[in-house]
Design a protein around this ligand. Sequence first.
Ligand SMILES: Cc1ncc(C[n+]2csc(CCOP(=O)(O)OP(=O)(O)O)c2C)c(N)n1
Ligand SMILES: [Mg+2]
Length: 655
Amino acid sequence: MQISVEMLERFYQTMVRIRRFDEKTAELFNSGLVKGTAHSYVGQEAVATGACAALRADDSVVGNHRGHGHCIAKGARVDRMMAELMGRVTGYCRGLGGSMHIAALDLNILGCNGIVAAGVPLGAGAALAARLEGSDRVTVAFFGDGGANQGVVYEALNLTAVWKLPLIFVCENNQYALSTSATRSTAGEGVVTRARAFGIPAVRVEGNDVLAVHEAVAAAVERGRRGEGPSVVEALTYRWGGHSMRANLPDYRTKEEELEWMERDPIARLERGLLDTHGVKEMRLKELREAVEHELEEAVRFATGSPEPTVEMMEASVYAPRIEVREPASRAGRELTFAEALNEALRDEMARDRRVFVMGEDVGLIGGIFTVTRGLREQFGEDRVRDTPITEPVFCGMGVGAAIAGMRPIIEVQIFDFVTLMMDQIVNQAAKFRFMLGGMPTVPLVIRGPQGGGIRLAAQHSQSLEAWFLHVPGLVVVAPSTPYDAKGLLTAAIRDDNPVMFLEHKMLYPLKGEVPAEPYAIPLGKADIKRAGSHATVVATQMMVQRALGAASDLEQDGVSVEVIDPRTLVPLDVDTILGSVRKTGRLVIAHEAVKRGGFGAELAAVVMEQALDDLDAPVVRVGARAVPMPYNDTLEKAVIPSREDIVSAVRGIL
Ligand SMILES: Cc1ncc(C[n+]2csc(CCOP(=O)(O)OP(=O)(O)O)c2C)c(N)n1
Ligand SMILES: [Mg+2]
């Protein structure tokens, strides 16, 4: 591979910039200006430099916790990076992300990551986005030898190979994961051999030789651009310092080993080449180094002189602004089932916006096991209605990555209990991405699927898990109870710029109701009064809405007038409508199918007591499932899930 002297000089200067940046960071950490922790890239500069030099500006990278080098090599400015490390508002993440989360979407740096290897599925998602947009852009995902043992890496190898996505896996093997030597953590010959088992071209290169890294990554990039799929490049290297600036750990490497690798300094190696082989003068190298020193001095001045972010800015960074939508004037329409109503929303939105696509297990060929995606593959093609392998962590992560990269994915969880396998990508990635990046990017993603019991699927296929998601700032949580709400809320969820957990109760799929034929959206955060009443308020969700309405008609026989409110979205919650009702009735029962302990009811009861205690004439009562896993036996299942009678007696108990 022919590389001009000019380009070699650029490699040299980038490596010096990375090294001096992290040396400066260590000084600032020791003086207390950089807080928390930071992971020095010193010793590994050739990897990011060689890899990123093979990319175009419109190609993407995802980094890991040791990511300063990844960002600098992809073109990040050191002043904004330094400001970020000092937690200043002028930093890349406006002081909300810090060292481990630096990103710059305008440079296609899709984020470093505090969760080891979590960037790999995100990178795969960016590669999928490029494919769906019909571009030849590629993505590089950096991860370590420790990260290489994470399941998501294997799942991503498999899926990117199956779909031939342009992802370049760059494993920076610095031979240690914190204190653990790769020899103690890695079976067989490591990532290269493993990748070949997936049929992926893989090479191991001398990671301290910037030219070797560059050549290997450039070949992988070309393969990706030609549509030939992923590649793996393992770069053998060494970090000179400790795992992180914070860790003050006992020695786990020998001094001899450390010295041996310092002798193999990637910068000195290129410097020798420039001086001896390319006739570059020492004066010129000095000039390049001095320019970096000047930049860094400026960067420190810029960062220390920058203001800190405010509490108001922080609060405003969690959610993207809500889109304005208005409910239709009339709810009249044809009779559809809940599943058909969801299907119509998907169909309308996919027709309206090319960025919308659906991904999940069995969603394409058979239209999903509850038929929600039926017919979409025929109408929109296999590219936009993707059957995935059984690989929840990675197809969920790819959804997050594709959303970050500009698409609007809809992920189906075949049965919501399987969301446990997706939790890192939902909780640590999707929910936090916008915030960690200073409240600027959007993550327009819908994760939807069936939850709840009632059809004897037992403990691992019947849970109602909404409380987990309520607890995570950054997520929207939607839980419709009628076909009309299902269509309008799913439409709103797809158009929303935030990650939305869209919970469908599987018993509701066959429920019929009127649904307007034209596309419409229902605002997120607007409760619906399903029945007006004056003696008691019942706030019910999902299946419990039908049961609460049944309970209300039973109670009406005895002259008790019950108001039934369906919040429809649990986050954001329409507290005003609920409080308005409680102020009128003075009594509140909250009914949900989820386990009562630690559930949505506990949260809502607390909100009502904080804000309307004086309006209550009786204690707030919760109706929820017993604190047991869902049993298989049908009599026992009925004993666990709250019934209409349970709601009737809860209301009677507070009259
Ligand atoms: C999922 C997860 N597990 C553990 C950690 C704590 N941790 C952070 S970095 C690290 C070592 C990672 O090693 P490697 O992937 O080889 O990267 P390196 O630090 O060597 O660059 C560990 C254990 C984490 N951040 N995320
Ligand atoms: Mg390592």
